[in-house]
Structures are given as structure tokens and as C-alpha cells.
Design a protein around this ligand. Structure first.
Ligand SMILES: Nc1ncnc2c1ncn2[C@@H]1O[C@H](COP(=O)(O)OP(=O)(O)O)[C@@H](O)[C@H]1O
Ligand SMILES: [Mg+2]
Length: 356
């Protein structure tokens, strides 16, 4: 296929072999997208900067099947997997700022980047890299309730909530398969003996634990997916309350996911819900704008937030390359394609390069 064969924009979707489950998701995104565009799915190593071509698979419009081939360099590249910033910069030299989702960092660097923005600081639990036993003990002492998180973790795997009791006992909560497991130790030393082997396999951060609002004694958090839309502007794609199956924190499995409006079921008044919704969305936009200001070209964010007992909002995690929540009407399914289409049809945003 040559560019002159078609007037439709070529949208490249960069995937990785590590995420084989993306295939079905991308098909689903394309199926629900209604503009005419040419979609090419490719691996980053198959971009040919010399001849400005790409090897990949093209979605045939008649039978919605992928067909392998070699194609012109895409007009827009939608990153669905991590790509090194140096490669992003090479892409920008060819197509300008038409490559997005350029920033994926580990949880610790992400927390550091967010903390550079004064407006976000009141919403960030205190966070530090976990380096040794003494430092962990010193961090736990004032907070009494902390989270230990692997910096490359997801779906709560490896996350351990540590609670220091007045008796000197230490209580921990962590995910084991689809359940939360509780364990108790008589002393910090016993706890450290149990936990420290994890550090030889993974790097961890420690974070101040927040007691989120409970519903029927269960912990809650908030998922807010934000996307740039077909006009190039940030928009809320979905806002959900998640109710854990336990008192500690969210793990996948038996958890209730409800639209914020359904909180009326749990005796919240409409005015309270209006206020909550507004403040959650405002924080969402503030996070997106902060990332825009840092110069990274993002368009697809999954925010894990929490509302504490005093109604204060906290940021637990900013997920880059989030998965849409398919069981509800989550606009983040198609918005990345709408944004890609917008970028392909506009030229005024192309100049500013990504930061180093
Ligand atoms: N500092 C915290 N205080 C209270 N709850 C937290 C905190 N950090 C995380 N959680 C809870 O634990 C869950 C998993 O933590 P998160 O940082 O999102 O890691 P993961 O990458 O594993 O999803 C969150 O969705 C939230 O419910
Ligand atoms: Mg999370």
C-alpha cells in the first residue's frame, strides 16, 4: 500500500509482544470507531526510519482481519506499549508531535514527577523509595499505616499494607490470588524477616496509607479514566467507585464497581454526590494539565484515586496505557482513536518536542 492509494489517514498502533492480549482490545477499539482511517498494528522495531516505512498488519475493512505487509510511515502513532524516549524523539522528527502516550515510568519516578506540581502536592500521599530496614521502620513510625508497592507492579500484585499497632504488633494485608490475606507479627523484626526476601526480586516504594471512605466497612477507591478526545481536549471517559471485598484495599476479583450516581444506594444524598463528582473531575483535569505542562504527550490516563473519611482526595496511582473498563460504557475504548484521527487532520500542534 502506498500513501497515494488512499486519502484516509494512516494511524499506526504500536503494540508489544509482551502484551499479546492487546490484539482483541485493538480490534474492539476499531470496531467501535466510525471515521474512515487506515489502521496498522506494528512493533516498534519494525519502524524503518531510513526508508520511512513500517512492517506490520493492516486491518482489512471488509472482513476486519489483520493482513501483514509493509506500509508508508503512519501519519499518527498511538503508543499502546512502552517506547524509549529516544525513539519517540526520532518519530517526532518524522511526524512531529503526532505520537502520543509517550511517557511510561515506574511508580516511584511517576510520584516524583507529580510532586513537582505544587497544585498536586496536597493530594499526594508521602512516598519514598524503600532501601533498607531502618528506613522502613522510620517511615512506619509516624504514619502507622503504610503501603509497600513494587515500582513495576499492577493489579495489586506484591502490594502490602503494613499497620503498626500500639501493642508493637505488625499487621499486614496483601493479595493472594483473588483474596486478601492478613498476617500478624509480634515485632518489626519478625515482619522484616518475612518481607525482606521480596526486595531481592523487586524494587519497592513505601507510601503513607490513607484510610479511604468505607462502605459497609469495606475500603473504597475511585477509578477515573481521562482521555483526549476528537477535539484534542481532555475529557472524562468514565468515573467509577470501587468497593473492595475487604477492609484494607482494592484487589481484583469480587469487587463492586459502581457509577458514582449509584452511591445513592448507600444513603449518600444527591448534593453530596454532586460535590464529590465535581471535585474528583477537577482533580482529574488538574493531573492531566500537569502532565501536559511536563511536556509529555499523553492522551490516555487511568487514575486511581481515593476519598478519605474527611472528604479529601488522594492520588494513589496514575496508570499510563490503561485498559478500558469493558463492563461499563467507558469512552476510553474509542477516544484514543478519535484523538489520533484529530491529530491526523490538524497540523498546528506539531512543533514542540518531547522533554529529555
Ligand atoms: N497510599 C494508599 N492508601 C490507601 N490505599 C491505597 C494506597 N495506595 C494504593 N491503595 C489501594 O491499593 C490499590 C492498588 O494500589 P496501586 O497503587 O493502584 O497499585 P497497582 O499498580 O497494583 O494497581 C489501589 O487501587 C488502592 O485501592
Ligand atoms: Mg492501580
Amino acid at each position: 500500500m502506498n500513501k497515494k492509494d488512499s486519502n484516509h489517514p494512516i494511524i499506526g498502533i504500536c503494540v508489544s509482544e509482551k502484551k499479546s492480549d492487546l490484539d482483541r482490545l485493538i480490534k474492539r477499539r476499531i470496531k467501535h470507531f466510525h471515521e474512515r482511517a487506515i489502521f496498522i498494528k506494528f512493533y516498534i522495531e519494525d519502524l524503518d526510519f531510513h526508508n520511512l516505512r513500517v512492517k506490520g498488519s493492516y486491518m482489512e475493512s471488509e472482513n476486519k482481519k489483520w493482513k501483514e505487509g509493509e506500509f508508508p510511515f503512519p501519519d499518527v502513532i498511538y503508543l499502546q506499549s512502552h517506547v524509549d524516549l529516544n525513539i519517540v524523539k526520532r518519530i517526532e522528527e518524522v511526524i512531529g508531535r503526532n505520537v502520543f502516550n509517550t511517557f511510561t515510568l515506574d511508580k516511584f519516578l511517576e510520584a516524583k514527577l507529580l510532586a513537582e506540581h505544587t497544585v498536586l502536592q496536597p493530594h499526594l500521599p508521602r512516598t519514598q523509595k524503600l532501601e533498607n530496614e531502618v528506613q522502613l521502620q522510620e517511615f512506619l513510625a509516624p504514619h502507622k499505616n503504610i503501603f509497600l508497592k513494587p515500582i513495576y507492579g499492577k493489579v495489586s500484585i506484591g502490594v502490602v499494607r503494613v499497620v503498626s499497632k500500639d501493642t508493637g504488633n505488625i499487621e499486614v494485608f496483601y493479595r493472594q490470588n483473588q483474596n486478601i490475606k492478613r498476617e500478624a507479627f509480634h515485632s518489626f523484626k519478625d515482619f522484616w524477616y518475612w518481607f525482606s526476601p521480596n526486595l531481592s526480586q523487586k524494587k519497592y516504594l513505601m507510601q503513607q496509607g490513607i484510610q479511604t471512605m468505607t462502605i459497609k466497612e469495606r475500603a473504597t477507591d475511585i477509578r477515573l479514566n481521562m482521555n483526549k478526545n476528537g477535539k484534542g481536549l481532555w475529557e472524562v471517559s468514565v468515573l467509577l467507585f470501587r468497593i473492595a471485598c475487604n477492609t484494607s484495599h482494592l484487589i481484583p476479583g469480587p469487587l463492586a464497581v459502581i457509577p458514582i450516581r449509584s452511591l445513592t444506594r448507600y444513603y449518600f444524598k444527591n448534593e453530596e454526590i454532586d460535590k464529590m463528582e465535581k471535585s474528583i473531575q477537577t482533580l482529574g483535569f488538574t493531573i492531566c494539565e500537569a502532565l501536559d505542562r511536563s511536556g509529555h504527550h499523553m492522551a490516555d490516563l487511568g487514575l486511581d484515586l481515593g476519598l478519605d473519611q474527611n472528604g479529601h482526595l488522594w492520588i494513589f496511582e496514575v496508570n499510563t496505557l490503561p485498559h478500558p473498563i469493558l463492563r461499563v460504557n467507558d469512552c476510553s475504548l474509542t477516544r484514543p482513536l478519535e484523538y489520533a484521527y484529530y491529530l491526523a487532520s490538524n497540523t498546528d500542534h506539531k512543533t514542540q518536542p518531547s522533554p529529555n
